[in-house]
Design a protein around this ligand. Structure first.
Ligand code: PMP
Length: 378
């Protein structure tokens, strides 16, 4: 089986599983309990948080909140920050490129009286910085942008956006870093908060993290026992959190090697597919190396995913593949990609476990798929 759906989820690393098991066995105590074992668990939790700051070169005063995934991190951050700003800066800026765990929160906040503005997207799928500059006013309290797009792989100019926003002290800059960690070098200097999900970098599903320069900026939206500074109540899942940090450590250590290896595979696939008439690459050239979006105009995405799956190649569709334009993938639409190229698009996504052999086999099997669909291509 050739697994090319790593943007959806990745295989857990053995060291992460070992870490989860070890902490579950040896430190199953409640980190909020007042006894010795509880205090020891709390110490492990705090050490894990310090390690995150060290690894990501963050300010020592930054706050770390462990969650169940980036969906929860994005929800807690975006709702909580917006609420704190409502009285004096109620304008929020985002783009249509964002993941639903951001966009749906934005739509909710709009129903709660916030003014939502969408920044334009350039044809290569990047935030239009000039337009962002035009949208910026003193009333903007929150700007949110992903680092790497999960559908196409394009990288956003986070450093430039951060520099621009520095001139607007009321504007909080939140980044969804899910598809970036371990895949590309990140620059988080002018970012106020960032979300990650463990299972996207060989951790476990249900592991998430929210990092913020100052936890006081978040109005709690989850209530309960007051854990995680009262921002994310619920008994701390120490084994999950420690093993998430383990996954992060491995991903950061392997970043350069993985980035180079996947860039090489990416190039090989691009070159190989360029020989096939009627097949196009949707992802911009300078995208993150692990995501490659390909178009087969004239053939539906689902049909392609099934054809790949029958040959033991796991890929994803990126569009709802409906004939109605409003159902087409918004990311691809925003990049002005033609409708039939959107309908016939699939996403290949590589990861740590992808091998040279996988890529060679993909190339061979692709020939068979092309022979099946070539009459349909437009
Ligand atoms: N943001 C991006 C860019 C993603 O790709 C994902 C996962 N598809 C998420 C957020 C949400 O992560 P999770 O499902 O782990 O909560």
């Amino acid at each position: 089986m050739i697994y090319l759906d790593n943007a959806a989820t990745t295989k857990p690393n053995q060291a992460v599983l070992d870490s989860f098991l070890k902490v579950s066995e040896k430190a199953y105590y409640n980190a909020n309990s007042p006894h010795q074992m509880g205090l020891q668990s709390e110490k492990i939790l705090l050490q894990a948080k310090s390690r995150v700051k060290e690894m990501l070169n963050l300010n020592k005063n930054a706050d770390i909140i462990f969650t169940s995934g980036a969906t929860e991190s994005n929800n807690i951050a975006l709702k909580g920050i917006a609420l704190r700003k409502k009285q004096f800066a109620n304008v929020i800026i985002t783009s249509v490129l964002e993941h639903p765990s951001v966009l749906e929160v934005m739509r909710y906040l709009e129903t709660q009286g916030f003014i939502l503005k969408y920044v334009n997207v350039t044809p290569n799928g990047q935030i239009d910085i000039n337009h962002l500059e035009q949208l910026m006013t003193d009333n903007v309290g929150l700007v949110t942008c992903m680092y790497v797009n999960n559908v196409m792989g394009q990288i956003q100019p986070i450093k430039e956006i951060g520099s621009l926003l520095k001139q607007y002290p009321k504007a909080h800059f939140h980044v969804d870093g899910v598809q970036a960690l371990g895949k590309i070098p990140m620059q988080l200097e002018n970012v106020n908060s960032v979300s990650f999900s463990g299972h996207k970098f060989n951790g476990l599903k249900g592991q998430g993290i929210l990092i913020i320069d100052n936890k006081e900026k978040i109005e709690p939206t989850v209530f309960g026992g007051g854990q995680e500074y009262g921002i994310r109540s619920g008994t701390v899942n120490l084994a999950m959190n420690v093993s998430l940090v383990k996954a992060m450590e491995i991903a950061i250590q392997n970043l350069n090697e993985l980035n180079h290896r996947l860039s090489r595979y990416n190039k090989v696939i691009r070159e190989s597919l360029s020989q096939y008439k009627g097949v196009y690459i949707n992802s911009p050239e300078n995208s993150a190396p692990h995501i490659l979006n390909i178009a087969f105009p004239g053939v539906k995405g689902e049909v392609l995913v099934n054809a790949f799956s029958k040959l033991d190649i796991m890929v994803s569709t990126t569009s709802a593949c409906s004939s109605k334009r409003e159902k087409l993938n918004e990311v691809l639409l925003a990049m002005d990609i033609e409708d039939n190229r959107i309908e016939g698009s699939v996403r290949l996504s590589m990861g740590e476990t992808t091998t040279e052999k996988d890529i060679e086999q993909f190339k061979d099997k692709f020939k068979l798929i092309y022979a099946q669909i070539k009459e349909l291509l437009k």
